[in-house]
Design a protein around this ligand. Structure first.
Ligand SMILES: Cc1cc2nc3c(=O)[nH]c(=O)nc-3n(C[C@H](O)[C@H](O)[C@H](O)COP(=O)(O)OP(=O)(O)OC[C@H]3O[C@@H](n4cnc5c(N)ncnc54)[C@H](O)[C@@H]3O)c2cc1C
Length: 415
């Protein structure tokens, strides 16, 4: 995307053109605000395009389930809403229990999902294998089928929203790092960038792994932990079809889906690598992230009974990025503590690509109308979980990451 001239003044500056920032910028522009969308790198180039692109609508509580389901509806209507093409597949998803406590978890989730009007049911292991032929059913205790989950090529969301924002008159500024959030009398008055200053009374920090660093440029503190997450894609396999469902194995925290004619596998290891962006060089980009295939090989081994295909198959792709974890597993969204006019959106806990359509819309509602259309207090940027001492924060973030598919009831207590 081309770089526009730096405007002198706009209604809102959005820092970070990943899925969350681009969605917020689009929804602000759609509401009639003049918007500048800035990124220190190319637009849509950092963690978002490296995601697996899965939706998971059934979450651990009602509010987040409603947000995830609203996002899927916005993916279905993306083209009509934005004028941008978006190719997605809707084969649904399978969630597999191999332990009794996870079998109970699935029954609880199905009851809760049906209560919220979602198209979800238990199916037999044999039916699951019919839908996903590479799945072996030995040891499978129970399977949940969520019929409307989607998957897609992830870059489409940030790039589509950024282009649509530009068409609505938004200023697109790739390769324009924000170096300072300028304040006057305890409120935001603009940003200083490498290419000049922009005056604005609203600034959105959607800087992904750098969210905490950017918030501190305005003297605000929001603590979350960038955590490396990786996936791999096999070479094309004869029985893979695009209509095969996303398959998640709860105890192993592993997901599998069709991609590029092969199978994608990603997952959540027990001891992930956590980052402090303040200790990395200023020009660090996600393309410089050190990856480690042995992590994925171990995860594949943990699901070898269900997916023996991963044992000795060649790969066509291995990628990874830095989603951000929070100590309680919830996003952060809303006014930043300590500075009027600064808002944050992040803390995605490896789910910010698929939820970005609704989250960006909700934050835009908050900025434009003074409050969002639903209660988002569980995401408050100034809640206890985002202000914890560093060691406790990192330990809790690791615990959340390592039990990504486990319900709060089945997760071990923090030590
Ligand atoms: C392997 C992998 C698989 C994943 N799978 C899924 C999935 O299936 N479903 C799902 O929903 N999510 C998934 N995720 C998580 C998802 O990718 C993230 O939640 C999401 O991309 C976060 O978006 P973002 O906009 O916050 O971050 P980013 O895309 O990283 O965007 C932040 C932007 O801020 C910019 N920035 C930083 N500092 C500055 C500055 N000072 N000035 C200007 N710009 C700045 C950066 O350059 C960057 O472009 C996955 C992630 C990975 C790595």
């Amino acid at each position: 995307m081309t770089q526009d001239a730096v405007p002198e003044r706009v209604d809102a500056v959005v820092i970070g053109a990943g899925a969350l920032g681009a969605s917020t910028a689009f929804h602000l522009a759609k509401a009639g605000l003049s918007v500048a969308l800035l990124d220190k790198a190319e637009l849509a180039s950092q963690t978002s395009p490296r995601a697996a692109g899965l939706s998971g609508q059934l979450r651990s509580h009602e509010a987040m389930t409603r947000i995830a389901a609203r996002s899927v509806r916005k993916i279905e209507t993306f083209q009509a809403d934005t004028g941008e093409e978006l190719i997605f597949f809707q084969p649904g998803s399978l969630k597999i229990a191999r332990r009794p406590e996870h079998e109970a978890q699935l029954h609880e989730e199905v009851a809760r999902g049906q209560g919220l009007g979602l198209d979800v049911a238990m199916i037999s292991p044999e039916e699951a294998r019919r839908l996903m032929p590479y799945l072996c059913t030995e040891g499978v205790l129970a399977v949940m089928h969520m019929r409307t989950d989607v998957y897609l090529e992830p870059v489409q969301i940030p790039a589509g929203y950024a282009r649509a924002c530009g068409r609505l008159g938004g200023t697109l500024l790739p390769n324009t790092p924000v170096e300072e959030i300028v304040t006057e009398g305890g409120a935001v008055s603009g940003v200083r960038t490498s290419r000049g200053e922009i005056r604005a009374r609203v600034v959105v920090d959607a800087a992904g792994a750098w969210l905490r660093v950017v918030a501190s440029l305005g003297g605000s503190s929001v603590k979350l932990v960038p955590t490396r997450h990786q996936l791999m894609i096999t070479v094309p396999l004869p029985e893979v079809r695009t209509n095969q469902p996303i398959t998640r194995i709860i105890d192993a925290n592993v997901y599998v889906r069709p991609e590029k004619g092969g199978l994608m596998l990603g997952g959540y290891e027990p001891d992930p690598v956590q980052y402090d962006m303040r200790s990395l060089p200023a020009d660090f980009g996600i393309e410089n992230l050190e990856l480690d295939l042995s992590v994925l090989r171990r995860l594949a081994e943990n699901v070898a009974v269900q997916f023996p295909i991963f044992r000795d198959v060649a790969l066509q792709e291995h990628r990874g990025g830095l989603p951000t974890m929070t100590a309680d597993g919830e996003h952060v969204l809303g006014p930043a503590p300590g500075l009027n006019g600064l808002y944050v959106i992040g803390g995605c806990c490896v789910g910010g690509l698929s939820t970005a359509p609704a989250l960006g819309e909700l934050l835009a509602e908050w900025i434009v109308q003074g409050r969002p259309s639903m209660d988002l207090s569980f995401m408050a940027p100034d809640r206890l979980a985002t202000g914890l001492p560093e060691t406790e924060l990192r330990d809790l973030c690791k615990l959340q990451y390592a039990h990504h598919y486990w319900s709060p009831e089945t997760m071990p207590a923090p030590v």
